[in-house]
Ligand binder design. Sequence first.
Ligand SMILES: NC(=O)NC(NC(N)=O)C(=O)[O-]
Length: 372
Amino acid sequence: MTCPSFTGDAEPYRGGDPYADYRVPTGGFPFADRVDLADRRLGAGVVAANDEFFAERENLLSPGPAVFDPGHFGHKGKIMDGWETRRRRGTGADRPHPGDTDHDWALIRLGTPGVVRGIVVDTAHFRGNHPQSVSVEATRLPGTPSPGELLADSVTWTTLVPRTPVGGHAANGFTVTAEERFTHLRLKQHPDGGIARLRVHGDVVPDPDWLAALGTFDLAALENGGQVEDASDRFYSSPTNTIRPGRSRKMDDGWETRRRRDRGHDWIRYRLVERARIRAVEIDTAYLKGNSAGWASLRLRDGADGDWTEILPPARLQPDTNHRFVLERPVTGDGLRLGIHPDGGISRLRVLGSLTDDGITRLRARLRALGG
Ligand SMILES: NC(=O)NC(NC(N)=O)C(=O)[O-]
């Protein structure tokens, strides 16, 4: 599926809300519900760039939209919330323009290896100083390579986004079709310019040997390959927050639903990394005080056609508290449904157990199919 594309300059900023003329496709991008593999909270980083004269490369992965303060200037120019390089020049007065292949680059380590489904190169607030075009490549290296090792000639890069013209002050989205597991990306801007944010949506592909070595681990955690499949409500915050690493640090780090005015309840449906034996769960309501869920329940399914079985009857929750539940006996499955009664929120769900033999065999086969 192709994404709507924007090209060329945006108008100069003329005051008022800087996002008033920001260009983003109505309806968003088809891959936007996939996890951002380049999320700082998952451990992603911009490990190197050839130039960051005007603005630092790290801004590329900052959470949230880029901010713009029209009066904020520093010693080197306008302070920009993004990665911005200096203007390239040609070889002399007779050739003042940069060459056709001149470009700037940044290397990104994904927070967790995975298959990339779509990329957003966001040029918010870069008007007149955005790149003319961008391209994105990816590679897969074992261990923890240094920037020097990533830049070695022996490293092979797969093109995810071929060189494509982009618009200034726009969310430039690209659908990616490479069915491979990658660990690092190389973002290029041609010939130079500024990019506010980079988002890399995809599917986590965990290392089965690591998970097998751990034995008992969090089967729902994003970093281990757990996913949110659906949820009743996304009004205030994303249900995916409940499986992010670490404890939540403020209310909107968790999942909060709007106030229900009917007799129903809110819920999240998760897919565990693979089929597993679950022994214990943790449900945290950190930072949810006057809006903590009143009770929480859990149902488990073994296979897409299996029946939902209650594994935790509605249990009273305290606000701003982590709750631990040891199951009466271990239970096997790969789909989990959390109910919160009647509404409110939780900050984290931890599902502790270990993979079944068939689960680990499938994970290994998937890894091989995606290039290892
Ligand atoms: N007004 C600008 O943003 N100018 C320059 N950039 C910064 N950040 O000052 C430039 O050359 O693109």
